[in-house]
Design a protein around this ligand. Sequence first.
Ligand code: DAT
Ligand code: MG
Length: 149
Amino acid sequence: MERTFVAVKPDGVQRQLVGEILWRFESKGFKLVGLKLIHPSRELAENHYDVHRERPFFGSLVEFITSGPVVAMVWEGYGVVASARKMIGATNPLTSEPGTIRGDFGVNIGRNLIHGSDAVETAQKEIALWFKDDELVSWEPTIKPWLYE
Ligand code: DAT
Ligand code: MG
């Protein structure tokens, strides 16, 4: 069973979209296994976006992600990594498809509301970066037979 890391960025929290975003992943049928509100440190933000360190937008990206609270979460389900990326939509909300989170709620690439891991390996790294082992909860949803045959 796959897990992915998703974070509502400070703009999503300020825009009061946390409930909407949780609802989308919950009602899709994914299982919440980790959830916390956290004001990320510069060190955490720089680690998280390490692959973009040399990009011109790195400084403003780190400024933005550390500017306020973020809702960090871990979702579990078959194919959840790719599916969450689809639900989130393309990086630039102006070109994200309607029906995606960014496509429905955003207009600017620097305010694209939400992060989702781009691959299974990245997800494992990001989950380990944002969560301690004992912050992740294993549980059996009673609706499982109604989601999976
Ligand atoms: P994604 O978040 O869709 O995985 P990414 O990993 O390429 O996108 O970039 C990480 C974040 O950096 C992205 O969510 C918003 C910001 N970003 C990416 N490209 C940018 C650009 N050209 N100008 C400004 N911000 C950018
Ligand atoms: Mg990315």
